[in-house]
Design a protein. Structure first.
Length: 415
């Protein structure tokens, strides 16, 4: 395998290893579990994004079911009185308490005429009976429920203990936008709990979309009403760490290969400098990716670092390629300028005259690097050697020795 292919393979292997470790880190640190039913949109979303899921069966779904209604309250001596309901629900669930205060009654005119059914806890003891003449009351068997049941003006339905009506009893921990007449989108989660139950309805509006980041959330129930998840509920880890790291690696590989093509690295197989900077560059990039595993929310910073390192790498690579090319050119020039001594020695080998030993001795101590000023003399020396014979050998030796001395004198003066 050629050096070019070898170093290309090294770059690919380093990057693949980094991506594999990044993926494994994502899998091991993505602690989020989505609780939902198997036929819901949330289940498909979780599978697509490699999020752990827990199937909520039909028999247990009611234990996760939550609705949230917005009431306005007035203080009473023994708790809170509901002063107004401004939602759109036709079926209303009144919680037992709100903000650690018991809900003890409902003021006259607090409920809109659209209410058809209402669940009342035993804590509610004060209300205008006439306001509930056209509303079906649901309640659990107990003292208050029995009293309401006996009142002929009221339509009361006593619930079995297996039925379960749960309403969030604290402040709503979500912000939302109304999409249309009966749907809303959750835009932010304001709480700090690691376990979050997405309500099915808020003020009667169905929660059909989620568009917030789930930082710090380890488990989340998502009801079947949700048909769209636009936010990154995987605590930003997927987009900000896994995806960004892959982008950084792929971009670094592109820069790596472009650098190889631009600098014709494969022609410099005898040099290790550019190879070394290439490997160091890939190691630095992958170090950024490795470091980013602990800082998934600062991926932009690592992306900028990678771009800067890539630019520095290209500049260094370009400078090194120029230096190496110049060095090679210089080496070639030097090699070419030392050809005279070699050529003379080769010519002398063709003769068996003992007189030529004097020329060999003079050449041996001559400057091996030629200059332009002595080119003509060198040609004269070679031509005279080529014309040596038995008759002129002594004269040629004297003449050649004088030319060599003259050449060396000129070169010495130039230096």
């Amino acid at each position: 395998m050629g050096k070019k292919k070898l170093f290309l393979c090294i770059g690919i292997i380093i990057s693949i290893i980094s991506m594999v470790f990044t993926f494994l880190y994502y899998k091991s640190n993505n602690r989020l579990t989505i609780y939902t039913s198997n036929n819901s949109y949330a289940y498909k979303y979780a599978k697509k994004n490699m999020i752990k899921t827990f199937n909520v069966s039909d028999s247990h779904y009611k234990y996760f079911h939550r609705v949230w209604e917005d009431f306005k309250f007035n203080e009473a001596t023994d708790g809170l009185m509901i002063a107004k309901y401004e939602g759109v629900s036709e079926e209303l669930i009144v919680p037992t308490s709100y903000g650690n205060k018991k809900i003890v009654g409902i003021e006259k005119g607090a409920l809109p005429s659209k209410i058809k059914r209402i669940f009342l806890p035993d804590s509610v003891g004060k209300m205008e009976v006439d306001d509930f003449s056209n509303i079906e009351i649901l309640c659990y068997k107990g003292k208050k429920c029995d009293e309401w049941k006996e009142n002929e003006k009221l339509k009361v339905n006593v619930l079995d203990d297996m039925d379960r009506y749960i309403l969030n009893e604290d402040d709503l921990e979500f912000t939302y936008n109304i999409i249309n007449s009966d749907e809303i989108e959750l835009t932010n989660y304001l709480g700090n709990d690691e376990t979050v139950l997405i309500p099915e309805t808020i003020n009667g509006y169905k929660v059909t979309s989620i568009a917030f980041d789930g930082e710090g959330i380890t488990s989340m129930f998502i009801p079947e009403t949700v048909k769209s998840i636009n936010g990154n509920i995987t605590s930003k880890l997927f987009n900000k760490c896994f995806m960004i790291s892959i982008i950084i690696i792929l971009l670094s590989l592109i820069v790596y290969y472009v650098s190889i093509l631009l600098t014709k690295l494969y022609e410099l197989v005898d040099e290790v400098y550019i190879y070394s900077t290439s490997i160091i560059y890939l190691i630095v990039i992958n170090f950024f990716v490795y470091t980013m595993r602990n800082n998934p929310f600062e991926s932009t910073k690592f992306l900028i670092y990678s771009i800067i390192v890539s630019l520095v790498y290209l500049i260094i690579d370009y400078i090194l390629s120029i230096i190496i090319k110049n060095n090679k050119k210089f080496d070639n020039d030097v090699k070419h300028k030392t050809d005279f001594i070699k050529e003379v020695n080769i010519l002398l080998q063709d003769y068996d005259f003992k007189e030529l030993k004097e020329i060999s001795d003079v050449i041996r101590y001559s400057d091996p690097v030629s200059i332009d000023e002595v080119k003509e003399i060198e040609e004269m020396i070679k031509n005279q050697i080529k014309t040596i014979n038995d008759a002129n050998v002594k004269d040629r030796v004297k003449s050649i020795k004088k030319l060599i001395i003259k050449r060396n004198t000129i070169m010495k003066d130039n230096k």
